[in-house]
Write a protein that binds this ligand. Sequence first.
Ligand code: B12
Length: 273
Amino acid sequence: METGIGHRNCQVTSGGRASSAPHSDLVLPYGDELNDGLMQVSFTLPVAAGALAEEAARQAMKLMGLEDPQVAEAAAIGNNATFFIGYGRLTRPVELSKLRVAKPMWQELDQGTINRLLQETLARPLVVVGAATGQDAHTLGLDAILNYKGFAGNRGLEAYSAFKVVNMGSQVPNESLVAKARELTADAILVSQVVTERNVHLANLTNLVELLEAEGLRDKVVLVVGGPRITHALAVELGYDAGFGPGTRPQDVASYLAQEIARRHVELGHLHE
Ligand code: B12
């Protein structure tokens, strides 16, 4: 069910699911039987492995609201910490109709349609500059989206005639990324941010937006961020146009970019009328 609430590139849907299979509005985790509430959790406690650590783990699960907590696996990590896998039963259900989910507004298009749409819109290739920024040394996520080979059998942006792709690799300072975007008159900047320890990604991502604004470039590019802890809602909150999380395929990003560039051209056309 669409609520109609939304803003640029973002719509909020309430309750709906992609599948048309019938479902209850109240759902619980599924272990042995439907709605038995059984769930598995994993965590580390800074307590040496042993009986005390296991009791502390059960107590932690109780505090999470799990009934019948059990320790399934306890592994010592060094002398003073223990890693746990536990099971417990959740008794309070999730109410689907009360949920509000933000997602980018784009439809999946095939490669030919994307190439045609961009050719008709720009009459030249769309210039994309991508980088894993700051301290981030993880390149695989960005490569999965940009490189010809792509990800999970889905070809990367380099395989599309409509994109000119510059992949700057990892540990790229925000200043260098902004300078490259300016040099190439980039249409889109694609940032990968995998390491999120102590929320380092938030400061780094915000810093890029500030640099682009200071250089007068923010409104001239489509700004996208992706990574395992990234959601579209978080990206929009940080000042990005779109965010892509785990399992993203290059075709998702290409579809989004083509439609967003076309939308902006229509809007600009109206402004100049
Ligand atoms: C491989 C790997 C490494 C390799 C990276 C090699 C390389 N060339 O990339 C090396 C060994 C260098 C490494 C180092 C470190 N790593 Co590491 N690494 C991993 C690992 C095992 C796989 C990551 C990966 O490549 N996944 C495959 C890709 C395809 O998936 P993805 O990144 O999620 O990308 C997809 C989406 O997220 C999205 N996406 C990603 N980027 C982008 C960008 C755009 C624009 C878009 C649209 C989409 C998008 O699309 C992709 C395809 O679907 C993960 C654990 C895991 N299983 O995920 C840990 C992991 C990411 N690493 C982690 C850590 C902590 C580190 C280190 C800090 C370890 C250390 N103490 O030294 C260092 C950090 C180094 C640094 N300065 O960045 C943590 C991060 C935890 C956190 N909360 O931040 C993880 C989760 C492991 C863990 N459980 O602790 N790592």
